[in-house]
Design a binder for this molecule. Structure first.
Ligand code: GLP
Length: 243
């Protein structure tokens, strides 16, 4: 999956650069894309004009500073921005490293860049998209919200060092902006994503599983590994061509 996903991401980033002169790329900061990012660094460093790419942050934990190693901004900085030489990175932090207060302005900044060209999503075990947790309606704006217990458990189960206070709130780009991306790819791997993937592929489109809103979006693709879908579910969900 990682190799196919890396090829997909690199291709559509470069396509945006070729057609528009630049690319606005919103990458997931989950654990799933780490192998994909490694392939981008190793095999696509020269194949893509990374200097013409602007990264935009999808989600973040409230309460972790921009430089905190557990912040999602520092994850993107470490795995993508710095090694690929991408200088433009729009984050939820202001110049002083504090969380921005004006989130309408954040959305306006994305519009001013020309909107999202390419978005790479992960999916929460609970079906979240970004940090749009279950219950997020189609019109949910960019906002701060309490993190679902399942998200906290999944993201901090391998507990950081003693004294670390696990964030209870997150900040996320809202669904209308996420769903407006010209190209989207959602990647999922592992049995813990099984319920979310089954809903994504075959359940009703519903705020209970926000990633289901991706269904029917033009330009949206899903890549999953075999262990996400139990044997026999393929026919019911329509999952085909698994990687
Ligand atoms: C975090 C991110 C989400 C991502 C999810 C996927 O919660 N904030 O944007 O969808 O991780 O998790 P992982 O790839 O670590 O399984």
């Amino acid at each position: 999956m990682n190799r196919a996903a890396a090829r997909w991401v690199a291709h559509f980033i470069q396509e945006a650069v070729d057609t528009r002169g630049s690319c606005v790329f919103m990458p997931s900061a989950g654990r799933t894309p780490m192998g994909l990012y490694e392939i981008l660094r190793a095999e696509y460093l020269d194949a893509v004009d990374w200097a013409s790419v602007t990264l935009v942050q999808m989600d973040e934990y409230v309460g972790l500073g921009a430089n905190d190693p557990y912040s999602l901004a520092s994850c993107i900085e470490t795995h993508l921005a710095r090694p690929l030489g991408i200088e433009e990175f729009v984050t939820f932090n202001d110049d002083r490293g504090r969380l921005r207060q004006n989130l309408t302005e954040y959305e306006a900044q994305i519009s001013a860049l020309g909107g999202l060209d390419v978005t790479l999503f992960g999916i929460g075990e609970n079906g979240h998209l970004g940090f749009n947790e279950p219950g997020s309606g189609l019109l949910s704006p960019t906002r701060v919200l309490p993190l679902d217990d399942r998200t906290i458990h999944s993201n901090f189960s391998e507990s950081p060092e003693e004294g670390f206070s696990v964030p209870e709130n997150g900040i996320t780009v809202g669904l209308p902006v996420l769903l407006s991306s010209r190209r989207s790819l959602l990647i999922a791997s592992g049995a813990r994503k099984e319920e979310a993937v089954l809903n994504l592929l075959g359940g009703p489109v519903s705020p209970e599983w926000p990633a289901t809103f991706l269904r029917g979006q033009l330009g949206a693709y899903v890549m999953i590994t075999d262990d996400c879908v139990p044997a026999g579910a393929e026919r019911e969900t329509g999952a085909r061509g698994r990687t």
